[in-house]
Design a protein around this ligand. Structure first.
Ligand code: FEO
Length: 391
């Protein structure tokens, strides 16, 4: 991919990774991703973030085709999909300095073996003059690592936000044009890596409110020349507001738990509650994470196997615990053959969530009339809790 002009003297020089289908060997990428690297020309010139090392040659080709010289490489984040090509850029421009905060510097020294003398460290609010342009750095820890920061180009009012406000979406438009698609990708991305740090993100958004931003230029996915779109999305996602929704990840071995799930789904629909069931054997875990962004309730449905919860449900519960959604209510339902500790194990996996755990509905074998009545009660209880939340 060749470089693309954003404004006079400001270019996108990154790489589109149409084919990538997994990130961190964990996160599905149904729409690929991009690694956005930006050239900001001035009397001195800065490169803001680099690309994944697998795409390093593309960045080198872009910079060679551009033909200028880089004086500063700004590292907003140490994770290798943005920092991994810094060593190649430093080989190309041996005089260049890596500009970052002290935490990120230490991480880059550990992860990429960049020598200390190559760094210029900056603090929160500090500026770096490029002559006719000025970069300002704001520390935004925990979006999504402790060292993350953003860079603001004061004259053009462009916010280079790295992972923050980004999306895993390879698209031919430089700017977000298909808003519906970008919304889904950005929400999924927020769910997968940002959601555990909701409170930190809220305070960063408040801090950034003081800036006038004309363009949000993240390091993944399309840029935003209507920044309120992505900023408003984030404001909603990090708020305490939850929706009248139940997320229902389930697994069933011999259809007993499945019969309970089907019954509960209908019972919730009857009560006008949106329900999102996910069959864990075939679900895209990113979709499950996305559904957890604003649902008021999570119900895990799980059979007992080898005296404990099915491993697929263990994974879902662990994920929910790790992602720390703003979910308020949790339920556990399922079937067992002769005993076990499914509820105890699942409860432990979500114990860091600030939630009310409803009475579980655990039944022996295939559900009978009395068991369906218990599921009716559970649906009633969820409705009551949602009403108490005014949703
Ligand atoms: Fe896109 Fe945290 O790296």
């Amino acid at each position: 991919m060749t470089i693309r002009k954003i404004k006079e003297g400001i270019y996108w020089a990154g790489s589109l990774d149409w084919d990538r289908r997994l990130f961190d060997e964990l996160i599905p990428l149904p729409d690929g991703t991009t690694y956005n690297s930006y050239i900001v020309e001035g009397e001195k010139t800065a490169l803001i973030d680099t690309v994944d090392p697998t795409k390093g040659q593309e960045l080198v080709d872009n910079l060679t085709a551009w033909g200028g010289s880089i004086d500063f490489v700004v590292a907003n984040h140490a994770e290798q999909d943005h920092s991994g090509s810094i060593p190649r850029v430093l080989t190309l421009f041996p005089h260049a300095k890596v500009v970052t905060n002290s935490k990120c510097k230490n991480m880059l020294m550990d992860l990429l073996l960049i020598p200390e003398e190559k760094f210029l460290t900056v603090n929160d609010g500090e500026t770096l003059s490029l002559g006719n342009r000025t970069l300002q750095f704001f520390m935004t820890p925990w979006v999504h690592w402790p060292e993350t920061m953003v860079t603001y180009l004061k004259e053009e009012r462009i916010l280079f936000s790295c992972d923050f406000l980004g999306s895993h979406l390879a698209a031919s438009h430089l700017f977000a044009r298909d808003k519906e698609k970008v919304f889904e990708s950005a929400k999924r991305y927020y769910a997968e890596i940002m959601m555990p740090f909701r409170t930190s993100i809220r305070s960063h958004l408040e801090k950034l409110d003081a800036l006038t931003v004309n363009i949000v230029a993240p390091s993944h996915g399309p840029l935003h020349d209507e920044p309120h779109f992505i900023l408003d999305c984030y404001r909603e996602w990090v708020s305490d507001t939850v929706k009248n929704e139940v997320v229902l990840p389930f697994v069933s071995m011999h259809q007993s738990t499945r019969a309970m799930v089907d019954y509960l789904v209908d019972a919730l629909i009857d009560r006008n509650i949106t329900v999102k069931p996910f069959n864990l054997i075939q679900t895209d875990i990113g979709e499950l994470a996305k559904a957890l962004v604003d649902a008021a309730t999570l119900v895990i449905a799980c059979p007992t196997v080898l005296a404990g919860p099915h491993p697929a449900a263990v994974y879902a519960a662990y994920l929910a615990g790790a992602l720390r959604p703003k979910t308020r209510i949790v339920g556990i339902i399922g079937s067992y053959g002769w005993g076990g500790k499914s509820v105890e194990t699942l409860s432990q996996l979500i114990q860091n969530l600030t939630v009310e755990v409803l009475d579980p509905v655990l039944i022996k074998g295939y559900p009978e009339q009395e068991d369906f009545r218990l599921l009716e009660n559970l649906a009633d209880e969820i409705l009551k809790k949602h009403k108490a939340l005014n949703i």
